[in-house]
Design a protein around this ligand. Structure first.
Ligand SMILES: C[S@@+](CC[C@H](N)C(=O)[O-])C[C@H]1O[C@@H](n2cnc3c(N)ncnc32)[C@H](O)[C@@H]1O
Length: 840
């Protein structure tokens, strides 16, 4: 419990940014997805700016109508070739399915509880928790409309998606309607071909241990797809994704590709192809922590390749960033004059610039022309220090002679040869525009993820190329650096990763975040922030006796010191290949598709691995195979490869089996919806049927990575163990949930074992206090912060350090509308299991 201490002077407001004013199509919950019309299920991704034609003909024929997406001239611009390069590819389009809404912030809950405890002690009453209203609206989105997703809109929610970036991007284009709407993409693909350097195996450690080898089916698949032909596959992988990034970006949008020296040359040529050479903005070098050991030169930098769709459109959106000028800064070299204490001026000598002689103390300045092109009819004579000056032929003064006199009075004019010039001091504006060399960006960081990018790098890109409220997308989420930085800066975000470990690391990082609340111009985030302003003295401001020009420092938004902010709500989604209906009807609608044959093959392979004697029934119903001996008759139903087994699939499989007189049904799946345990027991209670839910081991189809024996590939679905206790608080009943056990797959023995919840295998657990049977809403969340965030100043009370460690008993909560709770547990390997419990 929180200990009350002395009140600090102020209690900070706790805020979140939400985007209810920005509407988007509603993402369906798991099992409610409807697919696109059959003829749109697979789309062709064109990856040809004309290069394939150029190869045939050497140059494009006159008047040829080419499929050029940008103004690249393949006859003139070099193009990269590699083994397996294609100019188009068929890609299935899968819808996103929302599995979870993160409506709360762990930090907000801790702050809330600590404050409440302090108030109870002082006798003051507090109402509800900090974001009770927000949670209410998230829950009460009209359930009756859930079957017509994508046809109506709701307030924008940020998105953390578990899935392959290729499919995620197609889904964002075709289902989420985001073509041309993304303002910035940050992509940090795997750099090299070493498996371990690309993926992290545990949520709680950046160290990859042999015994913990990743067993996440999507991760393994992504790894194999990316590297089957070494660097050739890698370039193909990037080519496909970059063409899709281009479709998502708005005209003024920017893409940053983070890459090391190993492949920077290949990736840059590829970007030239996709965005055209005119789309190139900069190759930024950023300094890493230290140098790798090598026989030749150590590597100290990584690169950011920055491209845009349209340079002109970008210019109108680009926000120039500045750094304060430091003593000795190279930018001072351009200020090649000095004004000494006695007001005399002279040029700095070459020896002084080279550092061979010290530069004396004084005010640095440079001289700039006072002339502009073109003649004018107004008189131009100007008398300075007794001599008359006129502009040379074809020119006029930048400012009329009367104003030149004002500059002269301010000692801003210098005679150089036969003309006069303007004295521009370095301290007229003591900032320098940032350039393409970003120093010391990674120094002193604590990492949550083995290949984590420094926040300072991503933050700077966001400041330069986006405004608050814009969408930022990262198809290589990792620990969620881009999402975290975007959240911190009030940008909307979408990110995805194939790795469950990455998704869970990112989620934890986001819900544990504490951010500054920046002051908005008119209350809405999208109205922009107010920024620190610095003054720039210019020739014009002096000549016209105006105030110096104001420059916004766009990377220094002004924080509201009376508030701190926590992460806004976001949804966690995956790609659903098939809802139950589509899973059933797939063949009926599209018998000719190659995909259909693959599906049948997939079902056949899984069923035979499960039971060698399985007689395959096909994929049109939900009984996919039947295994029959003298003693038993078992119907087998297989769940989708990239989705969850839903309660409805189990229900329908049992109906199909019973219709054929089969009373035992085994449902095999890679992942299961939260309520499946409940569905199983209801079905078993109602009929004489027996239902087994079987987990398929994640690397079952990943031959080549590990030798697998069929009997070790399947294990009964193990749900976490919880205890619900009731306590009375006055008239109201209050519940507590305690997590007592977690099911863990033992990699060595290939069995599922129960471990006690305090055995160190739980990475996080989440409680939905009022589970609606569709979408898990995180009402309470528990994990180990490792390092307690600094929120002391915001509190009236100090927080018990125990709040920042993994707690196994929930906070009390009342029984609510659905009289049903759900608990989701994430183990240290990123595996999730969920149990639903009815409250009698
Ligand atoms: C270099 S890491 C990104 C790290 C990230 N910038 C950060 O700061 O944590 C690359 C990530 O891309 C993910 N990845 C690899 N192939 C992918 C794919 N096809 N789709 C989505 N994510 C993928 C990996 O799982 C890995 O987490």
């Amino acid at each position: 419990m929180a200990r009350a201490t002395k009140k600090p002077k102020t209690e900070k407001k706790v805020t979140r940014y939400t985007y209810d004013d920005i509407k988007e199509p509603r993402t369906p919950e798991t099992g409610h997805t409807s697919l696109l019309p059959a003829d749109e299920l697979v789309v062709t991704l064109p990856m040809d700016n004309g290069w394939s034609k150029a190869i045939e003909v050497g140059k494009l024929p006159e008047g040829d109508e080419r499929s050029v997406v940008v103004d690249m001239d393949p006859a003139a611009d070099p193009v990269l070739f590699w083994s397996g390069k294609r100019n188009r590819r068929e890609v299935p389009v899968l819808p996103l399915q929302r599995n979870e809404i993160v409506s709360e912030s762990r930090i907000a809950q801790i702050i809330d509880r600590a404050r409440r405890a302090a108030e109870e002690q002082s006798g003051a009453a507090r109402q509800g928790h900090l974001f009770a209203d927000l949670e209410k609206t998230l829950r009460e989105t009209d359930r009756s409309k859930r079957v017509e997703f994508y046809t109506h809109e709701e307030g924008w929610k940020n998105k953390l998606i578990c899935g392959d970036s290729l499919h995620v991007m197609e889904s964002l284009l075709h289902y989420e309607n985001l073509r041309g709407k993304v303002q910035m993409i940050y992509i940090d693909p795997p750099y090299g071909i070493k498996y371990d350097s690309n993926f992290q195996q545990r949520v709680d450690s950046t160290k990859n241990d042999e015994k913990d080898a990743a067993d996440d089916v999507l991760t393994i698949k992504a790894f194999r797809d990316t590297w089957a032909l070494g660097v050739h596959s890698y370039v193909s992988y990037l080519q496909e994704r970059l063409y899709l990034c281009r479709e998502l970006l708005s005209d003024s949008g920017s893409i940053f590709v983070q890459i090391s020296d190993e492949n920077v040359h290949l990736v840059r040529t590829l970007l030239d192809e996709v965005f055209g050479r005119k789309g190139f903005c900069s190759q930024i070098t950023f300094q890493k922590t230290g140098s790798q050991e090598t026989t030749l030169l150590g590597t100290t930098v990584d690169y950011l390749l920055w491209y845009t769709r349209d340079r002109e459109a970008l210019n109108s959106r680009y926000r120039q960033l500045y750094l304060p000028r430091k003593a000795g800064d190279l930018s001072l070299d351009r200020y090649d004059h000095i004004e000494l204490a006695d007001k005399s001026t002279r040029r700095i000598t070459a020896a002084e610039i080279r550092g061979e002689l010290p530069i004396p103390d004084g005010r640095r300045f440079r001289t700039t022309s006072l002339l502009s092109d073109g003649e004018t009819s107004t008189p131009q004579e100007f008398v300075f220090e007794g001599k008359t000056y006129t502009p040379r032929a074809g020119n006029h003064w930048k400012t009329p002679p009367a104003r030149l006199a004002k500059l002269a009075a301010l000692d801003r004019i210098l005679v150089e040869g036969s003309t006069i010039t303007y004295k521009r001091y370095a301290d007229d504006f003591d900032y320098v525009p940032i350039n393409d060399r970003w120093e010391s960006m990674q120094i002193g960081r604590v990492r949550d993820y083995v290949v984590q990018t420094a926040e300072s790098v991503v933050t700077r890109c966001i400041h330069m190329c986006t405004q608050p409220g814009d969408i930022v997308f990262d198809p290589t989420c990792g620990s969620g650096t881009t999402a975290y930085c975007a959240e911190g800066l009030g940008r909307r975000w979408i990110t995805c990763d194939t790795s469950r470990v990455a998704v869970n690391v990112a989620r934890k990082r986001l819900v544990g975040g504490v951010f500054a609340h920046f002051m908005t111009r008119n209350g809405k985030v999208s109205s922009d922030f107010s920024y620190k302003v610095v003054k720039r003295i210019t020739l014009e401001s002096l000549a016209k006796e105006r105030e110096a020009e104001s420059i916004d420092l766009f990377d220094e938004p002004l924080p509201d010191v009376d508030a701190l902010r926590v992460c806004g709500p976001f949804e966690i989604a995956s790609l659903g290949r098939y809802s139950v209906e589509d899973w059933k009807g797939y063949f009926v609608r599209e018998p000719g598709l190659v995909e259909a044959a693959k599906l049948e093959n997939y079902i056949g392979v899984i069923c035979r691995l499960y039971r060698r004697d399985a007689a395959i029934q096909g994929a049109t119903g939900l009984v996919h195979a039947v295994a029959e001996t003298e003693k038993e008759r078992i119907a087998i139903s297989v769940g989708p490869l990239s989705g969850r087994v839903t309660g409805k699939q189990i229900h329908d499989a049992v109906q199909d089996a019973m219709a054929s007189g089969i009373l035992e049904v085994h449902v095999l799946g890679w992942a299961f919806e939260a309520n499946v345990g409940e569905v199983k027991s209801q079905l078993e209670k109602r009929g004489k049927v027996k239902v087994e839910l079987i987990m398929i081991r994640p690397d079952t189809l990943a031959e080549g990575l590990k030798a697998t024996q069929p009997e070790m590939l399947f294990s009964p679905l193990a749900l976490p163990d919880i205890e619900v206790t009731v306590a009375k608080n006055g008239k109201e009943k209050q519940l507590h949930v305690t997590l007592t056990g977690v099911a863990l797959f033992d990699r060595k023995r290939r069995t599922t074992e129960y471990k006690s919840a305090d055995s160190g295998y739980v990475s996080a657990w989440y409680l939905d206090e009022d589970y609606d049977g569709d979408c898990f809403v995180d009402c309470q969340m528990f994990f180990d912060f490792k390092k307690a965030p600094n929120i002391k100043a915001a509190l009236r009370a100090e927080v018990d350090p125990d709040e920042f460690t993994l707690k196994l008993t929930s906070e009390p909560f009342p029984v609510r509308g659905y009289k049903r709770i759900a608990v989701k547990v994430v183990d240290v390997y990123g595996n999730e299991s969920t149990i639903v419990q009815e409250l009698a």
